[in-house]
Structures are given as C-alpha cells and as structure tokens.
Design a protein around this ligand. Sequence first.
Ligand code: PHE
Length: 452
Amino acid sequence: MKEERANFGSKIGMILATAGSAVGLGNIWRFPYMAGEHGGAAFILVYAACIALLGIPCMVAEFVVGRHGAANASRAYARIGGHKAWKAVGVMGVVTGFAIISYYTVVSGWCLQYVWAAAAGQLEGSPEAISAYFESFSKDPVRPAMWAVAFMLGTHFVIIHGVRGGIERASKLMMPALFALLLVVVAAACTLPGAGKGVEFLLKPDFSKIDGSVLLGALGQAFYSLSIGMGCICTYASYYSRQTDLVRSAVQISFLDTLVAILAGLVIFPAAFSVGISPDSGPSLTFITLPNVFQQAFSGSPAVWLIASVSFYVLLSLAAFTSLISLHEVCTAFISEELHMSRRKGAAVVTAAGCLLGVLCALSVAEPEWVAVAGMPLFDFFDFTTGQILLPLGGLLTCIVVGWWAPKAVVRDQFTNWGTVNRALYRSWIFLVGVVCPVLISAIFVNQLFMS
Ligand code: PHE
C-alpha cells in the first residue's frame, strides 16, 4: 500500500517555507561581509549574475528531482537518474546538511546570546570592550555550546510537528515577522547622517576588485544562500503539489532571498559609513563591528539604539531558525525513510547527532587546536568545505543528472507541469542546466585549483 506523502497546504506556505530555508545567516551574516571584502557593488553585480544564470536554473533542476521523486533526497536522485548510483548525490547532500547544521547552530546560538546582550545593554563601551565581549563569549567552552543545543531542540520541536503543522506553520509566522523587523532596522540605519556613502558603496561598482576569488566566492554564496546543491530544495519540492509552477516559484524565492541580502547590506553599510568604520572586517562584522556601529550611530537616541539592535539580532535568529529547520528536514526525511523509522524517531536521531556536532564546533572556536581537521578548526573546516566545495559539486551533479541522464520526457513534464505551463522556456532552461551551468561551475573549480 502506498502511503500518502505529506505536502504543503497552501501556495503561500510553500513559498514562505522554501524562502525560509533560503533566507538565513547567509543573507544577513555572510553576504554583507563578502560584499564588504570584495568591493561592494561589484560583488553584488557578479552575485546577481550568478543567481540569474546558475542559481535559478539549478533551483528549478532540484525542484524537478524532488517533485518527481516524492521522497527523501537520496531516493529522489536515484529515481530520476534511473540508477542506484545516483543515491550518492542525495547521501552527499545529507552529509553536507549535517556539516552545515554543526556550525550553523553555533552561529545561531551567538545570535540568541546577542538578543539577550542587546536587550540587557551589554553591547556598549569602547570598541575594545565590544570586541573583548565577543572574544570572551565565543571562546567560552560552555555557553555557546548550550545555546547551540537550545537552538537544535527548538528545531526538533518544529520538525516533529510535521510538514504542515510544523514547517509550514512556523514559516508563516516567522517570515513576515522577519521582513517587518528588517524594515524597521533598514529605516533606522538609512536615516543616519552620512548614510548615503554606504548606499553608494552598495550601488557603485569598482570592477578592479573582481578576480577569480570573487567569482568563486559569489558562486559559493549564490548556492549557499539559495540552499542549493545539498538536497534541501529537493526535499521541500517533494512536498510540492502537481500544480506548483516550478519556474515561477524559483524566481519568487530567489527574488525574496536577494532582497533580504541587499536590505541587510542597507543596514550594515550605511550605519558603518556613517560612523567611519570600514565594512570589510570579515565574519566578525555582525558580532563586533555592528554593535560598535550601532552604539556610535544611535548614541543620541538610546530608545532607537535598543530597538534597532534587539530587532537586528531577533531577525538574525529567526532567519537562522527557518534555515535550520530545512537542514534538519533533509536529514530527518532521509533517516526516517531509509532506515524505516517513524518521523519522531528519525528527528530524534538527527537532533542528537546535530547537538553533538554543534557542541564540537562550538568547542573548536574555544580551543582551535583541540578540535581541528586539516589544520583548520572544525568550525572553519565545515564552513569552507560546504560553501566552496560540496554545494557547487552537488549543484554540478544535479545539472548532470537532470540535463543529461534523466529521461527527457520526465524532466519536460515536471518543468512544464505536464505541458500546461512554461513550455516556451524549456529549451533555454535545459541548455542552461545541461551546458552553461556545468561549464561555469567547472571553470570556477579549475580556476580555484590553479590559484591555490
Ligand atoms: N540558505 C541558508 C542561508 O542563506 C543556508 C542553507 C544552506 C540552508 C543550505 C539550508 C541548506 O543561510
């Protein structure tokens, strides 16, 4: 007997859940510092091109795999590829999922700590004091690990309530809240004196900053930000209905995702320029530079300062939460379906493993020598290998299976909803997925090999 597969209850729920996966720390924590390091507007242009040429077509390809497979990522890849060997792509996705979960929970935990710190007025004092606060907190062997576990347990709670009652309901509550908070903080930052310079930095490109590493960075960021290349989008698409227009959904989700990233930039750069702080300080931008910037920028109005900084860290936590839910779901769907467990048991296995890995990653920040792989702290190792290698590789393999391997009729039926929509786009899309994307992704990989 075939069991009825769960699905999303409404179109808006489906878009918000998938956008919830896409919109995450990548948009608000990673995107601004990458843009800051790589010349602002120039990076954004390259990034937008990566989204349009690679991101959207690859997202549709993953939708095709997921909706056709109607199963967890590994089974879905095997079904569309028509051979068991393709399971490996799905399994690689699950492994990537665990690797991302482990450091993602740590950074999510930092965000929660900062909500509390901002509300309690602990993020003030000299720039050195603010930096020392982050140093002492992130290098504490206990507290970050506890926050990471707390985040994992919150995610567990949503996941065990299922696709509609858990994921969809949580996304419908959290995503609108996230947008509202973001608008509050953008308004506060863009009305600061001297904010115009920051807006200019985001809009006026300096092409001399574009080189191979920028291309690779933008590509990795596009995959990361859209949650592509690791079975996440594919797992969510397995809950889509036959009526879902895959192309339109991919465009809407990518638009929302890019909008949030640019709005996050519109908070950070205007505020940083208004107090004369350079926005290229790497990952610490959000946790060291920003509290300092907020303090100086809003020194005249403590109420606005409190509202802006608490809102910012709450929105960061919400964004992290919806992404973590999707990472958990990829692993839970895989474990429960492949090991024939109930959803609850599968989720418990994922939560337990996620907590363990999260604690190890948190420790690797506190004691970089103890928990290191390939000479890097575990935290950096997972961040680097997932963003720069595993996600683009997953994307490349997805393009190959959809563009070359899978039966054309199956792919065309999924893409056009059995001949009812987007028929005119099919040929261009299959050309992008089968030729342009694999060539570009491989070129960027080769370039990286020669450069390092
Ligand atoms: N897209 C998420 C972000 O921008 C990260 C993520 C990657 C989530 C892969 C799920 C899968 O933060």
